[in-house]
Design a protein around this ligand. Structure first.
Ligand code: ATP
Length: 229
């Protein structure tokens, strides 16, 4: 193994529109990294988000740049262009295939998502393939409380569901549960009550967004006049 341990490499993937990236995404990535010990963490801006096709989404170039600015100092993190530069506009299941080819059959690949994304998973193209080809980590999110994530995971036909909520999340609990097959991990680590929609709204109304995004992202938004009406 090239991570200095005898375990397979752990790759965390956080896909999103990132329009713009905000402290909610960064907190999600940081708190899950601390528990899951990713060797690499990739932020993957989507080309055009599958569930938001009727809304106007900011150019991928701006979203990519803001994501780079926000994550440059985060250890082991980088931003992937696998989706935004792909002419065929891949679905998440295709992206996981690409990652599997890049990182090899032994790597533990984890796809991170907020509970709102987990709830809408059946709308994702080939979502069952996704569940079979990587681990999923679903994190609860303020204002998106869902009744029963465990039941939902079972309905999706997920392999093994590992509930790490209510104080059960620890590096040991993760390692102890990484046996064969793909798992869905449920977590309730501290999340921030912020969404990109709120931020776009705040900018368009001239309100401060300093609490929601890193200073360089705030500056970028103002310099390039994003989200003004
Ligand atoms: P929008 O408001 O435009 O829908 P968003 O803030 O939900 O955007 P996305 O880029 O769509 O951001 O989110 C990417 C991923 O990050 C999704 O899986 C989403 O559930 C998760 N996420 C976003 N914000 C938070 C948050 N505050 N806490 C936990 N997870 C979050």
């Amino acid at each position: 193994m090239d991570n200095g341990t005898d375990r397979p490499r752990r790759i965390g993937l956080l896909g999103g529109t990132f329009d713009p990236i905000h402290y909610g995404h960064l907190r999600l990535a940081e708190s899950l990294s601390a528990i899951f010990n990713f060797d690499e963490l990739l932020f993957i801006p989507t080309y055009s988000p599958p569930h938001k096709e009727f809304e106007t989404v900011t150019s991928a170039y701006h979203r990519y740049t803001m994501t780079v600015l926000a994550t440059l100092q985060m250890e082991r993190a980088s931003v992937s262009t696998v989706e935004i530069f792909a002419p065929e506009r891949p679905f998440t299941a295709d992206t996981i295939d690409t990652m599997r080819r890049d990182y090899g059959p032994d790597a533990d690949i984890f796809f991170l998502m907020g509970a709102d994304s987990f709830v809408s998973l059946p709308k994702w193209e080939r979502y069952r393939v996704l569940l079979d080809s990587c681990h999923i980590i679903a994190m609860t999110r303020p204002k998106y409380e869902v009744a029963d994530l465990t039941t939902l995971a079972a309905q999706y036909g997920a392999g093994r569901v590992v509930d790490l909520r209510e104080g059960k999340a620890s590096p040991h609990a993760v390692s102890a549960n990484l046996d064969t097959g793909m798992h869905v991990f449920l977590t309730d680590l501290f999340a921030l009550d912020v969404s990109a929609t709120d931020i776009r709204q705040a900018v368009s109304e001239g309100r401060s967004i300093a609490r929601f995004v890193p200073p360089l992202v705030e500056r970028y938004i103002h310099t390039y006049k994003l989200y003004t009406k």
